[in-house]
Design a protein around this ligand. Sequence first.
Ligand code: SF4
Length: 349
Amino acid sequence: MAGAEADAAGFSDLSDSELLQAEEPREAEEPRSARGPDGAGKRKRAQRPLDRCALRYLCVTGLAGQSWCEQQMVFGMEQPRPLAPETAALLDTGKSIHLARELEVHDLVKIPTTSREDCWAIKILNLLSVIPVLQAGGHVRELPVFGVIEGVFVSGIIDELCYNTKGELELNELKTRSRPFMPGKAQRKKDHFQVSLYKYIFDTMVQGQLKPDVFTNHIHLRPEQLLGCQLRKHAQKIGFMITSFGDLLELMHLNLMFSDIPGIDCLKIEYSHQESSVPLGTEVVPYEEATVKEKAQYYLAYWKGQREVRGVDIEEAWKCQSCGYSEICNWRKKRAEGLEKRNEPKKSK
Ligand code: SF4
């Protein structure tokens, strides 16, 4: 298996399976001449943060990052900074742990890519290769998921899916931590949202809602693009005769639609101490679709230019103390000024 994805939020104490994937380069905006006659409409669209950051899709980890601090997540996208050495070391170790777990269930094959369609074809082939395993009741790791939420393409990677003793399809997310205790409420809330989003997207995929045109309309991939020679050979080896990216999209849609794979029944997050590998605890996450949709709608509204960015609420101002963007954060400054004004002694008349 192989793939590509990015993480945007700067959490210093946690590793994540999505960090295993290489970041796909951001794509430049379309040249003006390719925009067609609707110039005014497009100019308006270009104001959206999605367009300003030249993003054609968002990652599940990024959306989950918004639930920690949206402003921090946006800073991370717009002004990425090198990670502190201890954070980089934590992530490297986390990646190795995830990779070792992935290698327990399948081999990794390196395939050269020559186009954006090749890069996305690898992700789709990774998805197609695990469908028979799930159909046979097996367990899979590093499963790519794609979907459209509120008109925005969202992509992620599920750490592990397996059937539990009750025959339910169970999602397991591993989080390794540098500190030997369970994370606090805010961190767990972010993690709950992350796995809930995975379930939401996975369930829509196995219901056959991931249509081929989603990839062409949202990420502007070309169905007529011929796939690379080695990629086609690899696809043939795992049972798929394909020539173009469009062939693969059709196969993906049909395979998902007729897969008979159930939706995810159970969501679990396992926290473990990175240095000692001691398990810290496992959380069973309750799933409420209406809440997940409502939260996703709220976070995506920022990216669609429907509201301004927000920082943390006053009750969570403690997050600012460890935030790498605190010195440039106007949200934090305004909140501090507001507090100062409130605490000023009232002048007697
Ligand atoms: S300083 Fe506080 S409000 Fe600003 S980005 Fe950081 S955590 Fe968010």
